[in-house]
Design a protein around this ligand. Sequence first.
Ligand code: ZN
Length: 82
Amino acid sequence: MTEYCTKDWLIRYLAEELDLDERLEYLFHLDECLDCWGAVYSATKAKHPHYYKMSARQLKISEKELRKLESPPPSEEVVEVA
Ligand SMILES: [Zn+2]
């Protein structure tokens, strides 16, 4: 658990209320924290079901692998909330 593991952060992230620094910090946290990643995944999946036909586990693995191959890693591909 970290300071980012709160519903407040999740809600502010999904509502796009974070400033750029906070957003990057939170995205970095999502990469480290399965619980928060899962929460964002579930919330985003509800908004954009057609983007998320794979299971959460499969998507997590494929994104992790992508990040290993790409440098610098893209920061926006984790969630599509727009
Ligand atoms: Zn967390």
